[in-house]
Structures are given as structure tokens and as C-alpha cells.
Design a protein around this ligand. Structure first.
Ligand SMILES: *[C@@H]1O[C@H](CO)[C@@H](O)[C@H](O)[C@H]1NC(C)=O
Ligand SMILES: *[C@@H]1O[C@H](CO)[C@@H](O)[C@H](O)[C@H]1NC(C)=O
Ligand SMILES: *[C@@H]1O[C@H](CO)[C@@H](O)[C@H](O)[C@H]1NC(C)=O
Length: 396
């Protein structure tokens, strides 16, 4: 079985599924809140909107209830919700600078005049889920009040607000205490009886300090966790995250599975086929951070590619790995359903990082990728640019 592949430009990636082979068993004890059995999908404000608080100068872009209500509207009306993008997640800078007189967290009154409960209700009225940012420290990264010292009462508020997803950042805290603090916080979430997806930032901070991270503990207490720094809206940033995940895959991939995921961060505003293909293979949360009212058609097509989303959301929940690199071609594979007599199918992502621009012929066999089942493979292709599709030749 042989494959001849001609990527056309550096931004073209191809994801292919092949029916196939090999078996791993995945038995990790994990967080049992019944949530995030496949990687969470939705919309998260940070990459695109950061901490814009000046609503006079930037009325449509400031972090405000209007921004999130608008995102909820557009997730539904633009067809994203039907494909699984259901979490609307508020990031940093939603808070008032100080707690209320009775010690409660409050949203900024000018930017969130209706309050968080009303926003949560609005998101729910659209059939979507509501996510909120906080920080396991004295302050959030942007300097607003964090939960440290008020964990129990803050969680009570999250329940009153009917929050479905908590992103807990790690600024202004002691990284050495995170193993204990994040675990405790997770236990408190559980005690409320309200299922809330729990997104932990603890490894991103410990990784930064070169500490050894207890991923088994993480998988037991968090639904997802950020392993690395924030993504930026650039090809360089996407590729540096992909490279870091490949570097660590031996240690990280084994901890991913239904209910617990490694999180390489958001799909950037100028999402590429490469990012979408790699994120699908990595079983990464698909959280878009973009201006939903003005997504360019080619980006929308990428974000709404149902076949690639299907790979991302594969029920086996096995995180894929980079299995091959040569001459600027990276190849990633991920075991997926359907499973035939104990043998997996595979999703394969070909990512060209070449900058020569012209088509570059590259020949590789499935056997080179470790796909060597004697019966052979049925190949299903998708997510190709027109040019690449014309150039792709498969001989079986
Ligand atoms: C917030 O609280 C601090 C300390 O309690 C106080 O100094 C500051 O003036 C308060 N800021 C606002 C905007 O109320
Ligand atoms: C709390 O944990 C128990 C035991 O793991 C689990 O069965 C239950 O579903 C959890 N509840 C919530 C709300 O997370
Ligand atoms: C994979 O399929 C082959 C052929 O059907 C079978 O002999 C083999 O046992 C399967 N592998 C596993 C691990 O079940």
C-alpha cells in the first residue's frame, strides 16, 4: 500500500482516516462528573478579546455581557452549535475590581449591568452552556479578585449562577501548592452536586518552573488542563505548541481520555487547516476565539468541517501523536473508531511546514507510519484544498 502525497502550500494539511490496527488499552481513573466525555467545544473570549474593558472606544469588542450574548446568538445562528460548539466561556476581566461589602464576587457593573445570572440564563435559553473564568490565587492574571481564601463561598455563587464550566487560572498563587489547592477546589465543586466542567491551569504554571507534574492526579480531578503558555494568533505560535506537545507526547498522551484532556489552547481567529487537523488528532478541546459575526468563509469552513470534528470528538478519546517528521512534513496519527475485531481505525494528519510554495511531492507508505495490518485499509479523505485533492494519489 503506497501513498504519494503532494502538499501544495505550507498551510495545507490533510486529515485522512484509514480503517486499521493495533490495540492499546486505556485504563486511567479519572474525574467522574459525567462531563467532557469528548473534548469540550465552544467559544472562549480570551485570544481575540483579551482584557478590553474600554466599552466607549470599543463598544463591540469590550469584555461585556453584550459580547457574550452576541456570541451565544451567533453560535446558534451561524450553525456552530449544531456541530457541537456549545460552551460560551467568559475569560478574565469580567469582575469588579473589589468584592462586594459582604465578600461576594461581582461582575463589573457597567459592562455586565444585568449580572452574571442573567447572562447565564440567556446562554441557557439558547440551548448552550455557560462557562466562567476565575483564578486559584489572590488575584486573576489581570488583577481582579481571585478565589484564594473564599473558595467555598465563591463556588456557592457559581452554583447560584448556574455555571456549567469553570476555567481556573493560576496567577498570584504559589505553584508548589497547586497540587493540593486545585484538587481541593475540585472536591468542593463535586460537593455542590452541580456538574461543572473543571478546567485547570496548574500544569502550565508548573511546566514553566520545570517542576515534575503529577498528571495522574490531574486526570483524577480535572476535566481538562492547560499544559503550556497562551496561544497567539499566528502560525508560529500554533506550531510551537504542536512541537511542545510532540516533545512531551510520551508523558502527556497517556493521561488523556473521556472526561480528562490535555488542552493546547484555543483555535485562533485565523485558524488554519493545520491547526484544526493537529487539534483533532490531539483530542484537544475546540474552543474558538474569534469574532463570530465576521469569520471569513474559508475559516468557517475549517471550523465547521464535520468530518474533522468527528475525529476530534471520537468516543475512544485516545490522544494521537506525531509519528513522523521529514523534510518539513510532519505526520500525526490517532487511533479512532470504528474498531474492527480489536483493531483501531486511524486518523492521519499530514502537515506541511515547507515554505517553498510550489507543490512538493512526498512519498510515504502507510507501513512507514506503523499502519501495517495485513488485510489493508479503506481510505477516506477529507479536509483537502482543491489543489491538494487533485494532487493526492493513493495506490492500494
Ligand atoms: C478596593 O479595595 C481596596 C482595598 O480594600 C481599596 O483601597 C480600593 O479603594 C477599592 N477600590 C474600589 C474601586 O472600590
Ligand atoms: C462527585 O464524585 C462522585 C464520585 O466520583 C461522582 O459519582 C459524582 O457524579 C460527582 N458529582 C459531581 C456533581 O461532580
Ligand atoms: C486485529 O485483527 C486481526 C485480524 O482480524 C486479528 O487477528 C487480531 O487479533 C486483531 N488484533 C487484536 C489486538 O485484537
Amino acid at each position: 500500500m503506497m501513498k504519494k502525497y503532494h502538499p501544495d502550500t505550507m498551510l495545507n494539511s490533510i486529515a485522512v482516516t484509514v480503517a486499521a490496527f493495533a490495540v492499546l488499552l486505556h485504563g486511567v481513573t479519572c474525574l467522574d462528573n459525567g462531563l467532557a466525555l469528548t473534548p469540550p467545544m465552544g467559544w472562549l473570549a480570551w485570544q481575540r478579546y483579551r482584557c478590553i474593558t474600554d466599552c466607549v472606544t470599543y463598544p463591540d469588542e469590550c469584555v461585556s455581557e453584550k459580547l457574550f450574548m452576541n456570541a451565544a446568538d451567533l453560535l446558534v445562528s451561524e450553525g456552530y452549535a449544531d456541530l457541537g460548539y456549545k460552551y460560551v466561556i467568559v475569560d478574565d476581566c469580567w469582575l469588579s475590581k473589589n468584592r462586594s461589602a459582604d465578600g461576594k464576587l461581582e461582575a463589573d457593573k457597567t459592562r455586565f449591568p444585568s449580572g452574571i445570572k442573567a447572562l447565564s440564563d440567556y446562554v441557557h435559553s439558547k440551548g448552550l452552556k455557560f462557562g466562567l473564568y476565575q483564578d486559584w490565587g489572590e488575584k486573576t492574571c489581570a488583577g481582579y479578585p481571585g478565589v484564594l481564601g473564599n473558595e467555598e463561598s465563591d463556588i456557592k455563587q457559581f452554583v447560584e449562577w448556574e455555571v456549567d464550566y469553570i476555567k481556573l487560572d493560576g496567577c498570584y498563587s504559589d505553584v508548589r501548592d497547586m497540587d493540593k489547592g486545585y484538587v481541593e477546589f475540585g472536591k468542593l465543586l463535586n460537593k455542590t452536586g452541580r456538574p461543572m466542567v473543571y478546567s485547570c491551569s496548574w500544569p502550565a504554571y508548573q511546566e514553566d518552573k520545570g517542576m515534575r507534574i503529577n498528571y495522574a492526579l490531574m486526570a483524577k480531578h480535572c476535566n481538562l488542563w492547560r499544559n503550556y503558555g497562551d496561544i497567539d494568533d499566528s502560525w508560529t505560535s500554533v506550531m510551537s505548541i504542536a512541537d511542545y506537545f510532540a516533545l512531551k507526547q510520551e508523558f502527556w498522551a497517556q493521561h488523556a481520555g473521556p472526561g480528562h484532556w490535555n488542552d493546547p489552547d484555543m483555535a485562533i481567529p485565523s485558524v488554519s487547516k493545520s491547526q484544526m487537523a493537529i487539534w483533532a488528532v490531539l483530542a484537544a478541546p475546540l474552543l474558538m476565539s474569534n469574532r463570530l459575526s465576521a469569520v471569513r468563509p474559508e475559516f468557517k469552513e475549517i471550523l465547521q468541517n464535520a468530518e474533522v470534528i468527528k475525529v476530534n470528538q471520537d468516543a475512544l478519546g485516545i490522544q494521537g501523536t506525531r509519528v513522523f517528521r521529514d523534510k518539513g512534513i510532519d505526520i500525526w496519527t490517532r487511533p479512532v473508531e470504528p474498531v474492527h475485531r480489536g483493531n483501531y481505525s486511524y486518523a492521519v494528519a499530514f502537515v506541511s511546514r515547507r515554505e517553498d510554495g510550489a507543490p512538493y511531492p512526498y512519498k510515504i507508505t502507510l507501513e512507514d507510519l506503523g499502519l501495517n495490518h495485513h488485510i489493508g485499509y479503506t481510505i477516506k479523505r477529507f479536509f483537502l484544498s482543491r489543489k491538494a485533492l487533485d494532487a493526492l494519489v493513493l495506490d492500494c
